[in-house]
Design a protein. Structure first.
Length: 242
């Protein structure tokens, strides 16, 4: 897999890309936390830091707007955009994406759910982030992924072939000896819009020390859903260090 890293403001970099040249844009920008995020690597040799402080919400949204317009420009007609955010501004970002891409190009609001350590906040503990899925057109590339059946699922029953009887009712298909016919292998359950993927633990081998790094498994799922081998993926905010 070939990759290339370009340094600089992603707006300047993306403006230099050809229109309709990208298959997937994964956007993991600042979240409007109004904080400066920093973290030091385990060996204390490197400190990563970025500012997520803004004069106003309007300034933040305009920062995103000009970039999202460029992200849409470089997407192919079969391309997709996955936009990562949280409750700080997700409601505003959804409206922004509707404006730039069009409401009909919205495909899904994916909830990335994870377990967290307890806290003392006087509200339910935050344990998810949001990923908005939009496409350039209706002719987008999509590959259905499947997960495991739940432990309570009667898999044997699922594997039994069904057919319609003379009344149009679905019944189990049977052979000449009245034995139920099996339908063969089932792929599993199509993945839904809630993804249970653990946060990176402090000692994870893939951790590089960036304060908002996302797990590789999360990015792999996004890429598998809407791209094929050899496709071009644009990560304008470098996956928050992933």
């Amino acid at each position: 897999m070939a990759s290339e890293v370009r340094h600089g403001d992603c707006l300047d970099v993306v403006r230099g890309l050809a229109a309709a040249s990208v298959d997937l844009v994964y956007v993991d920008p600042p979240f409007f936390t109004q904080k400066t995020h920093s973290l030091t690597t385990r060996d204390r040799a490197t400190k990563y830091e970025f500012s997520d402080e803004w004069k106003s919400r309007a300034e933040y949204l305009e920062f995103l707007r000009v970039r999202v317009k460029e992200f849409r420009r470089v997407l192919k007609s079969t391309g997709s955009l996955f936009f990562h955010c949280d409750t700080n501004a997700s409601h505003h970002i959804r409206c922004l994406l509707d404006q730039v891409f069009g409401e009909t190009m919205f495909r899904s609001e994916i909830i990335w759910h994870y377990r967290r350590w307890s806290n003392s906040q006087r509200n339910p503990m935050p344990s998810h982030q949001t990923i908005f899925f939009y496409t350039r057109t209706d002719a987008y590339q999509y590959h259905q992924l499947f997960g495991d059946y739940s432990p309570s699922t009667n898999v044997d029953q699922i594997l039994q072939r069904r057919q319609r009887d003379e009344h149009g009712k679905a019944v189990y298909a049977r052979d000449g000896n009245d034995n139920i016919i099996q339908d063969g292998h089932k792929k599993g359950v199509p993945i839904a819009d809630v993804w249970d993927i653990p946060l990176l633990n402090p000692k994870a081998k893939e951790r590089v020390g960036y304060p908002t790094q996302k797990p590789i498994l999360l990015l792999e799922r996004v890429i598998a859903l809407v791209t094929s081998p050899g496709d071009l993926v644009l990560d304008p905010f470098t996956g928050s260090g992933t």
